[in-house]
Design a protein around this ligand. Structure first.
Ligand code: SF4
Length: 455
């Protein structure tokens, strides 16, 4: 596939949401229908406590690595102070995250996960970093053991600063900062890059023991990073590592050769052409429910693959063994929706995205949010005015709940396309179920085993 099959870098810069990334590609590899659900139809998906906890671990570690120790500190003192700072920052951030989780309408359930376990993960991340400092002081490569011929530093504090890894700038941490290849069609966000050995070692942090189904994707993720490094003109990375913070040692991976990263690039280009997002003209039949099998992981009851247990598109997929809530007295969601002045819909709230500000033609701005609902008819996503959304959120709209919405207005695009429903002052909300659990089976329970730190 040649570059000319794809739009120019300018077009990707104007439509950054359409770029490919590791997470979108991983969804495709799990199952094409999963990719279409999240990457082409842009349905919203809930967040879980594990995802939020992963961000805390990463943010706390980055902040501690960025500290500048006193020049007269001893190695023992430095380690003890860094550990105390990790502990203190972690406790503070954990309390903040628990409060934010309770207030986040996209968060499923409560923040009832082990603070102690994630605190240990943060501490393990510090241990791995301290080993880098130690290697610097001993003038040896942390992986090969080779002498590097570094200038002798007198103080451990200087070594801490010299070893400090690059990470995404704090102002944009949280998923909004990305490296983009010059051609514009692929982007990614590295967690840490250690450069003190003379090359670039890219480290992906994982707040897990490396035993989840998502852990199996680390090699694809690191292949994507090696591809990006070469596409950005940096040559081969010196190393690729996965720091599973529930494991005793960093996991070191072989750097893929150029043939492998070239083949990766070709695969991504083909997928982008097939996705036809900018023209909105992809063919659903190109993205069938055909899940990959994951060796060593059991399929949930009635499901075709272990992926079906954590798939956000599962509620109406025949291969999932799951069952969406009934449409009740409301419309069957999914296209095509019937039109009317006062429509009602019942369904599970799958996700509520963050508010977005849109610049209008007359210079004014409009704040909206996207919400995704599912019932036995299918999935539908709507974009509603934030003022209406705020009232519905106060009334109990939240991911993971089954709700009844009455008094929705419909609108049909003049040149065809899906009918949209809009909430307004007349819309009423009733919470039918706090946590979706069809009686007599577990298969419908909202899953909490979500990936952490971009796993
Ligand atoms: S439930 Fe399984 S088969 Fe269906 S879309 Fe998801 S991963 Fe694919």
């Amino acid at each position: 596939m040649s570059e000319s099959n794809l739009p120019s870098a300018n077009i990707w810069n104007e439509n950054p949401w359409a770029r490919m990334s590791f997470s979108r590609l991983a969804a495709y590899k799990r199952c094409p229908a999963w990719y279409m659900h999240v990457g082409l139809e842009w349905h919203a998906t809930w967040t879980s406590p594990e995802q939020e906890a992963g961000h805390i671990v990463q943010d706390v570690l980055q902040a501690v690595f960025d500290n500048t120790p006193a020049t007269d500190v001893t190695a023992t003192d430095l380690e003890a102070r860094a550990a105390a700072r990790v502990q203190l920052n972690f406790s503070k951030e954990w309390a903040k995250a628990a409060a934010a989780y309770a207030a986040n309408p996209n968060a499923v359930g409560s923040f009832n996960i082990s603070e102690e376990k994630y605190g240990r993960y943060a501490r393990r991340g510090l241990d791995f970093h301290t080993r880098e400092v130690q290697s610097w002081l001993e003038d040896r490569h942390p992986r090969s053991g080779a002498r590097l011929g570094l200038p002798a530093y007198g103080a451990v504090g200087d070594a801490w600063v010299a070893v400090r890894p690059w990470h995404a700038p704090e102002v944009v941490a949280g998923g909004f900062w990305n490296e983009v290849i010059p051609q514009g069609w692929f982007q990614g966000q590295y967690d840490l890059v250690y450069e003190w050995t003379g090359g670039r070692r890219i480290v992906d942090l994982k707040a897990s023991a490396g035993t989840s189904v998502f852990s199996t994707e680390i090699e694809l993720q690191l292949l994507a990073y090696a591809f990006m490094e070469r596409a950005l003109g940096r040559g081969s990375p010196e190393g690729l590592e996965g720091w599973f913070l529930g494991a005793a040692e960093p996991k070191v991976f072989a750097v893929p050769n150029k043939e492998a990263t070239d083949a990766f690039g070709e695969f991504v280009k083909e997928l982008l052409v097939k996705s036809a997002q900018l023209e909105h003209s992809w063919k659903p039949e190109d993205f069938p429910a055909a899940p990959a099998q994951v060796a060593g992981f059991e399929k949930p009851a009635g499901a075709a693959s272990a992926w079906c247990g954590v798939c956000p598109a599962a509620w109406t997929c025949k291969l999932s063994g799951k069952q969406a809530p009934s449409a009740g007295a409301g419309v069957a969601l999914g296209a095509p929706l019937p039109q009317g002045n006062s429509m009602s819909a019942e369904g599970l709230v799958c996700g509520i995205k963050m508010p977005k500000t849109k610049q209008m033609r007359d210079g004014s701005t409009k704040v909206t949010r996207r919400i995704t609902l599912v019932n036995e008819g299918g999935y539908s996503s709507f974009t509603w005015d934030e003022r209406d959304m705020q009232r519905l959120l106060r009334d109990g709209l939240r991911a993971g709940r089954v709700v009844r919405l009455q008094g929705l207005k419909s609108w049909a695009p003049p040149h065809g396309g899906h009918v949209q429903y809009y909430a307004g002052a007349q819309t009423r909300l009733e919470v039918l179920s706090e946590a979706w659990r069809p009686s007599g089976q577990d298969a419908g329970v909202i899953e909490r085993d979500a990936p952490a730190l971009g796993e």
